[in-house]
Each structure stands twice: as structure tokens, then as C-alpha cells.
Design a protein around this ligand. Structure first.
Ligand SMILES: *Cc1c(COP(=O)(O)O)cnc(C)c1O
Length: 424
């Protein structure tokens, strides 16, 4: 069903949308006492209204109990990280034992590469997408150097097509095949942060596993955005940020997935800490590390409760909605944004190139557009008019209509503003 580009149609679509009430669970930045049009949930998710209360509860329990809060707090701090596993497992398609919330994303990528990037013999290379997010490039290159390997020779970066800026799934699979004896690790961003392209994770994982490589995904832009089946796809490990689609607040806690086939192995090289040690005798302070038989074995420290608390407020909403309903709305809302952008181009006579794949199976809820010549001026006018979007040099605007809190009316108004500013 397509929704026409009118205010009435957008409002009718919001009225018919079962997820529309969830917008009320979030705090929107204000501009002249109006909500801004917020399209940067792919960068920093909005604050769930429940976040403040849940942090205050922890402050209250700290005041009331002091150290005894580890046992007596409403959500005991000793096992605090456990309150996230069930919800996260549903978001990424995993068993509860395969996920844990801890640290930051880049930290986690390093910790997991310590265990799973083990170059040996001919198998020494890492394959990744070209123009990967800079932090991922730094992480991969420094891991190679850490093993005494020159990134020039050992990092296979599959460059995007210069015309489309996308990387064809087939090309990735072909490259895996070509380098099948040399690849130790494949690590790709599941949804590309710049183009919004969602790779065929299942097929790429399968090709990588058949080539004998470890297959890992950076899900910074995928977790909470697109439906995932990490366990079923036989992914070795993955990590994501909590503060983008998952709304855990600035610098909020990351999450990791480690397939159960890797659990409980004492021989796995790992940077170890007491929070990864067997819970039964952790406090008897034994001097030999025995890993917990789950993803928790990769934890180092006890949980930073105050900074993790807001994630729980957001996951309560994810639990209620579920990824399937979220994806259904996401498909409709993203298609609507795409149409509204195409209309803006037609009605203003200004060429707009949509970089993000038009195939809904190859994208989540982000649309990246390139507006040659007029991009920056239009972006600045949009910002002044209360649109929060993301600018990338030289002429790219990234927009994420987030199904948990953006409305069809948001998208409609954006289209009107874009048309106006492209005409100016
Ligand atoms: C946002 C993002 C990061 C950020 O890393 P942090 O460690 O959370 O600061 C890393 N990689 C990708 C692909 C991202 O999109």
C-alpha cells in the first residue's frame, strides 16, 4: 500500500499505525517549543522517558544500601548485566547465553579479535568492506600490527563501486572465494553507516564459514534496526553500540554476540577479568580463571550500573514491540521517505541521487542522499528549520526515520521543507 504525499494521508497512516503511541515514550529536542524533526536515531537514539526514573532508582538504591546494593538493590548489581540478555537475544536472533551487554563497541571488537583473530600459516588476512567506519579500520589495522602483520598486505578492503558507492553482495562472496585459503577473519558492518546498505549477512556468513574463516559483524547500524538471526546464520561473533537504534544514551553500553560453539573453552585465548570467571566461586578469589560457560566469559569488570540503566528503559519498549512489528513499520516509513524525496526532486527540478539501495531487502531505515551542488545550502536551511539530520562531505545527507518514534507526518513535513529549500 502506498501512502500519498499529503498531510491528510500521512496523518491517516499515523492513525492506522499500531506503533504510533511509542513516540510518546521518547523526549524530542525542542525548537521554538516545537518538536524538531529528528532523523538521527542512527547516530544517537532519543531519550526514553523511562531513562531518568531508572537511573534515579539506582541512585536511590545506592543511597539506601551502599555496598549491600550488590545483593539488595531492586536489580542486584552483582548480576546487573543479566537483565539485558533476554531482550538483546531477541533483537539479534541469539540464545540468551550468546549475548552480553558490556563496554563500548570498539573495545569489544578488540576483545573479541583477541580471541578469534588468530592468524596462522597462510591464513593471516582480514577481509572487510572498503571505506569502513574509521574506528573499525583503526581496530582492524592495529590488530594486524599487533600480530606483526603489515595491514598493506594483510587487510583486504573491498572498495565500493565508484558510481553507486555500494558493494555488491556477489562481489564479497567472490572475493571470499578467491582468497579462501588466506582469510583468517571476515569483519563487515552489517548495515553500512554511510550508504545504509544492508548486506546479505546470511549468505556472506555462509560463504565465509565454507572458506574456513571466522565471520564477524559490526552491527552498530543494524542492531535494533533490521531483523537478525545471528545464531541460525552461524555467525562467530558480533558487536554493536547501544546508543544508536537502541537508545541507551551517549556513550551507552555496547552488546556482543558470541556463538555458543565458542563457549566454555579454557584454551581460547582471551583477555581475562574476574567478571568472566565462573560465578560460583568468583568471590573465593581463586587464582585460576575458569570461564563462565556463556558470552559472559568475555566480561572483564563488574557492570557500570548507572550508565547501563537507560538501556533497560529502551529495551522494555523493544520487548513490547518486537523486531517483526518494528520492521513492518520501518519498511513502510522508509519507503514513504524515499517517495517524498523523489517528489521533492521532481517538484524542485533539483537532481537528488539516493545512494541507499532501492531494494527494501538491502536496507534498514536509513536513506542517504546526495544533492550535487545544493546539498550544503539545503542542509543548513533544513537545520535552521528544525530538521536534525546528518551531513557528510562533500554532498551527502543521511536520514533515519526510526520506526519506534518517527511518524509519517515527520516524513511528510521533511519532504515539504526539502522541496522548498531546493527551490530557493
Ligand atoms: C558508531 C560506530 C562505531 C562507534 O564506536 P564506539 O566504540 O561506540 O565509539 C564503530 N563502528 C561503527 C561501524 C559505527 O557505526
Amino acid at each position: 500500500m502506498s501512502i500519498s504525499n499529503t498531510l491528510e494521508a500521512a496523518r491517516a497512516a499515523d492513525k492506522a499505525d499500531a506503533l504510533a503511541p511509542y513516540r510518546e515514550h521518547f523526549l524530542f529536542p525542542q525548537k521554538q517549543s516545537d518538536n524538531v524533526l529528528y532523523f538521527t536515531g542512527n547516530s544517537l537514539g532519543l531519550q526514553p522517558k523511562g531513562a531518568r526514573a531508572i537511573i534515579l532508582e539506582e541512585l536511590d538504591d545506592w543511597a539506601r544500601w551502599g555496598v549491600d546494593g550488590h545483593i539488595e538493590a531492586k536489580r542486584p548489581w552483582l548480576s546487573y548485566h543479566e537483565i539485558f540478555a533476554n531482550s538483546l537475544s531477541k533483537i539479534v536472533g541469539a540464545k540468551e547465553s550468546e549475548v552480553v551487554a558490556m563496554n563500548g563497541l570498539t573495545t569489544n571488537l578488540h576483545l573479541l579479535m583477541v580471541s578469534f583473530f588468530r592468524p596462522e600459516g597462510k591464513r593471516t588476512k582480514i577481509l572487510c568492506e572498503g571505506k569502513a567506519f574509521p574506528s573499525d579500520q583503526y581496530a582492524l589495522k592495529s590488530q594486524l600490527r599487533f600480530h606483526g602483520l603489515d595491514p598493506q598486505d594483510h587487510l583486504i578492503e573491498l572498495m565500493p563501486d565508484p558510481e553507486t558507492e555500494l558493494i555488491d553482495d556477489e562481489r564479497i562472496i567472490k572475493a571470499i572465494d578467491e582468497h579462501r585459503d588466506e582469510i583468517a577473519l571476515i569483519m563487515i558492518g552489517g548495515v553500512n553507516y554511510y550508504t545504509g546498505q544492508w548486506f546479505d549477512m546470511e549468505r556472506i556468513t555462509d560463504a565465509g564459514k565454507r572458506a574456513g574463516a571466522i565471520v564477524a559483524w559490526d552491527l552498530a547500524h543494524a542492531a535494533g534496526n533490521v531483523p537478525l538471526e545471528l545464531h541460525k546464520w552461524n555467525v562467530d561473533f558480533a558487536a554493536w553500540c547501544g546508543y544508536k537504534y537502541l537508545n541507551s544514551g551517549p556513550g551507552g553500553v555496547s552488546g556482543v554476540f558470541i556463538h555458543e560453539k565458542h563457549h566454555g573453552k579454557t584454551e581460547t585465548p582471551r583477555f581475562e577479568g574476574w567478571w568472566g570467571h565462573n560465578k560460583e566461586d568468583r568471590f573465593q578469589m581463586p587464582d585460576t580463571f575458569v570461564p563462565i560457560n556463556s558470552a559472559e566469559a568475555w566480561q572483564l569488570s563488574n557492570a557500570p550500573v548507572l550508565s547501563m540503566a537507560p538501556l533497560r528503559a529502551s529495551l522494555d519498549l523493544y520487548d513490547q514491540v518486537g523486531m517483526q512489528a518494528l520492521r513492518t513499520k520501518s519498511l513502510a516509513l522508509t519507503a514513504y521517505l524515499e517517495m517524498v524525496i523523489q517528489d521533492a526532486s521532481k517538484n524542485s527540478g533539483q537532481a537528488i541521487r539516493i545512494i541507499t539501495p532501492s531494494d527494501p531487502k538491502k536496507r534498514g531505515c536509513q536513506i542517504s542522499i546526495s544533492v550535487p551542488g545544493k546539498g550544503k545550502a539545503a542542509f543548513e536551511k533544513l537545520s535552521a528549520a528544525g530538521v536534525i539530520a546528518d551531513w557528510r562531505e562533500p554532498d551527502v545527507i543521511r536520514l533515519a526515520p526510526v520506526p519506534l518514534y518517527n511518524s509519517f507526518e515527520d516524513v511528510y513535513h521533511f519532504g515539504q521543507l526539502l522541496t522548498k529549500f531546493l527551490k530557493d
